[in-house]
Design a protein around this ligand. Structure first.
Ligand SMILES: CC(=O)SCCNC(=O)CCNC(=O)[C@H](O)C(C)(C)COP(=O)(O)OP(=O)(O)OC[C@H]1O[C@@H](n2cnc3c(N)ncnc32)[C@H](O)[C@@H]1OP(=O)(O)O
Length: 496
């Protein structure tokens, strides 16, 4: 054990095993754990908790920053530990339990969870379990590869368990910027005006007397699962790069575009990779997750600075990046997710937000979460925090899914995460639809022309023509609006 990682020596006596630490977590508690997109989650304690729950009843409400790695959501679900879960997940076992109604999942804008806690709209966590690289002389917690909601969970909880993970380099310290907004009704503006501003502290300030247990672990973060860009995702990236070039030429965007945000998953990562081969330089990111593409852009000399809430890398990039941390450290900052995703800052900084849709409709409403309107995929994550307030809200997706059985462009989305009012640009591998300044009937025309797969174009045009014949500001045939989804459910394909 590396006791030098606990610099307040009075806390050395709090070191114990993960099994012993689980005694502080009681049946029925609300628990706030660190972790954001498979980065920086507490590992040993939740694993021990899942083990314990096999022999004694133990159900908790679990809040995190976003998704957990190391199959923790799977282990906790299989052990029946999760009564409620919020605000985001990506695990297939948990997804199934959510869709079976076994786990109550609250799918939230990621910037909102701690705000709702702060204002007592949600039950405060009884206990927080936070991964750290160190505890300072003051007893403050230095987070690891994510900040997420860790700071507020530790501040709100009566008790805190710290997991010191020695697989992370101790010199991650200095990467974080922990700022907690002041309280309403006298809240002051967030004092951040540039992506590289530092406005907070390097560690989470709590009263060390709240630290009831310290557990050591050396289990690393899980690697990201993004796959390399394919033909379609590269085409999406090319359409977007061409659009950015035109906007710069027209004087609508600065030469370095302005701060970029990119969502999770294969498509968003591929789009950022597309910027590698563009003419843009001195790019900046004000995002949530920093993926492989962030570091590829640094290495190519394209990116000047990246602000995020977590670093989630593939196996290949993880070793390369963390073994050369000094190369990147002064170009990076990790913030609490309510700051990385804060509406005030997204609007002030003029962010270009690029997120992924499962499907979108004729008029530009976007569904990012629910397959066929009912089955939860992952959650809205931070996409709504960014889209509503962005300078440009861009949604990308492949035009078809499941070998063409599904069209990602449908007459009416089966669930709405981002309304037409929040969506500026839609991109598929077929092309780009610029919806700005267009009325619904005009939006439908450019979407059909530029985004729909050829297999579905005539079918969607036919729907639109007949809907227009019936009339309306936003023409629809209500009896047919979900007929594509019904056909998929009944016949296995949306094709007529
Ligand atoms: C933590 C954060 O907040 S990050 C910031 C932004 N957050 C978000 O945008 C959250 C919502 N977004 C997401 O969860 C993801 O981006 C997704 C699910 C929408 C897309 O994920 P990607 O990995 O980029 O796309 P990909 O094309 O690989 O699709 C993922 C799966 O959805 C399936 N899919 C795609 N479109 C559809 C559709 N219309 N209907 C049914 N399934 C679909 C794909 O076939 C694929 O299935 P598979 O895993 O069985 O192969």
């Amino acid at each position: 054990m590396q006791f030098d990682r606990i610099r307040l020596s009075a806390l050395h006596q709090k070191v114990m095993s993960a099994e012993q630490a689980t005694d502080f977590i009681k049946d029925g508690m609300t628990v706030g754990m660190s972790g954001f997109t498979r980065a920086g989650e507490a590992k040993a304690v939740p694993q021990a908790l899942a083990h314990k729950a096999k022999t004694q009843p133990l159900k908790i409400s679990l809040m995190t920053g976003a998704s957990l790695g190391n199959d923790l959501d799977k282990a906790l679900t299989e052990a029946g530990v999760l009564a409620r879960r919020m605000p985001f997940q990506v695990d297939s076992t948990l997804r199934k339990a959510i869709n079976n109604g076994e786990v109550m999942f609250i799918d939230q804008h990621l910037s909102e969870t701690v705000e709702q806690l702060r204002n007592h709209q949600l039950k405060l966590p009884d206990i927080a379990v936070i991964e750290a690289v160190a505890i300072t002389e003051q007893g403050h917690i230095v987070p690891s590869t994510s900040v997420g909601n860790s700071a507020s969970f530790a501040i709100f909880a009566k008790q805190v368990i710290v997991e010191i993970n020695t697989s992370h380099r101790a010199d991650l310290e200095g990467l974080h910027d922990v700022y907690i907004p002041t309280y309403r009704p006298s809240r002051t503006p967030l004092p951040l005006v540039k992506v590289d501003d530092r406005i907070g502290s390097a560690a989470i300030p709590i009263d060390p007397a709240k630290i009831v247990a310290i557990v050591f672990t050396e289990q690393p973060d899980s690697y990201s699962t993004v796959s390399v860009p394919d033909e379609e995702t590269q085409a999406i990236a090319s359409h977007l790069v061409r659009f950015f070039e035109q906007e710069v030429q027209a004087g609508n965007l600065a030469k370095n575009l302005g701060p970029l945000q990119a969502g999770i998953g294969n498509i968003a990562n591929a789009v950022m990779m597309g910027l590698l081969h563009s003419s843009f330089e001195h790019l900046t990111m004000y995002s949530e997750v920093l993926q492989d593409s962030t570091f590829d852009l640094f290495d190519a000399g394209k990116l000047d600075f990246a602000s995020g809430s977590s670093i989630t890398l593939s196996e290949r990039r993880n070793a390369e990046v963390f073994s050369q941390l000094e190369k990147y450290k002064n170009k990076l900052v990790l913030r609490p997710q309510e700051i990385s995703n804060h509406p005030e800052l997204v609007r002030r900084l003029g962010i270009i937000a690029i997120n992924t849709a499962l499907e979108f409709d004729l008029y530009g409403n976007v569904n990012s979460t629910h397959v066929c309107g009912t089955q939860m995929m992952n959650g809205i994550g931070g996409s709504g925090d960014f889209a509503r307030n962005a300078h440009l809200a861009i949604f990308v997706t492949k035009s078809i899914a499941k070998n063409g059985a599904i069209s990602s462009v449908v007459p009416m989305v089966s669930h709405v995460d981002h309304t037409e009012h929040d969506v500026d640009i839609l991109v598929t591998e077929q092309g780009l639809a610029d919806l700005r300044g267009l009325a619904p009937r005009e939006r439908a025309k450019v979407i059909i022309e530029h985004c729909v797969h050829p297999d579905y174009k005539a079918q969607l045009q036919d729907y639109f023509d007949r809907a227009c014949h019936k009339g309306g500001h936003t023409p629809h045939l209500l009896a047919e609006a979900f007929s594509w989804h019904l056909r998929l459910e009944q016949l296995g394909s949306m094709k007529r």
